[in-house]
Design a protein around this ligand. Structure first.
Ligand SMILES: C[S@@+](CC[C@H](N)C(=O)[O-])C[C@H]1O[C@@H](n2cnc3c(N)ncnc32)[C@H](O)[C@@H]1O
Length: 225
């Protein structure tokens, strides 16, 4: 079980707040001081994750939780998934998805809901890939446990995890991560750690880590049997 701060109200408050896409198409709060939910500098991470999850697979059935700017969903579409399920809970983001016709695309199934309201009904042993990236969400552990049941043999799961490091050649970091998640990852899953080099995280991003750290780590869980 992943450690967590059990405060579901934080996510509810976030989902009730008005959001907007700024002039650069970045997703933020509609407040005097803009609070960014998703930004362009994160694009390379989304590109890499889509590759780690989809590359080499045919007729991919994928589930993505959290549409944001639709960056990862746009990359996922390049793999011509046979099923591309998207769960998005914020009304302003859902409106953007509908305006852009995401719910009309072939193979795309949109749930305009919080994942908490639909996750128990999702089909088990069904998806080749699952990605999870929400916001102000301290209930992620519930979805993480469920995701391991939804994924097929050979399928891969990844989550946005906010893990930035100085150097990927430092095996102490990856060893620590493996130790940290070790108890939670079931025997029939293999954990691997990939990375994306990010040249610069903007200071006005919401990230609490040292902005000089350049490597974002992806944790990928693959179901072996
Ligand atoms: C950081 S963005 C996702 C960015 C996305 N990966 C991309 O590539 O653009 C987080 C998204 O999760 C959505 N979200 C937050 N809480 C949610 C919940 N409980 N259920 C569904 N969506 C949620 C937010 O509205 C937002 O659109």
């Amino acid at each position: 079980m992943l450690p967590y701060i059990p405060d579901p109200n934080v996510n509810k408050t976030f989902l009730e707040q008005t959001l907007k896409y700024d002039d650069n198409g970045e997703l933020c709060t509609d407040t005097e001081v803009l609070d960014y939910v998703m930004m362009e500098w994160e694009r390379p991470m989304m590109l890499d994750i889509s590759r780690y999850l989809c590359e080499g697979k045919e007729d991919v059935k994928i589930l993505n939780v959290g549409f944001g700017m639709g960056i990862i969903d746009t990359y996922i579409q390049e793999y011509n998934p046979s099923e591309h399920w998207i769960i998005e809970g914020h009304p302003d983001v859902c409106k953007r998805m509908a305006d852009d016709g995401w719910d009309k695309k072939t193979g795309v199934k949109c749930f305009f809901d919080r994942w908490q309201d639909v996750y128990e009904d999702l089909p088990e042993d069904h998806f080749d890939a699952i990605y999870f990236d929400t916001y102000e969400d301290h209930e992620q552990h519930l979805f993480s446990d469920r995701a391991l049941k939804l994924i097929k043999k050979g399928g891969k799961v990844s989550f946005f995890n906010d893990l930035f490091v100085d150097s990927v050649s430092d095996s102490a970091v990856t060893d620590d991560i493996k130790k940290y998640y070790g108890d939670w990852v079931p025997e029939n899953f293999k954990m691997s750690i990939e990375n994306t080099y990010i040249e610069k995280v903007p200071e006005h991003s919401n990230y609490s880590h040292d902005l000089a750290k350049n490597y974002y780590l992806h944790i990928i869980l693959e179901r072996l049997y």
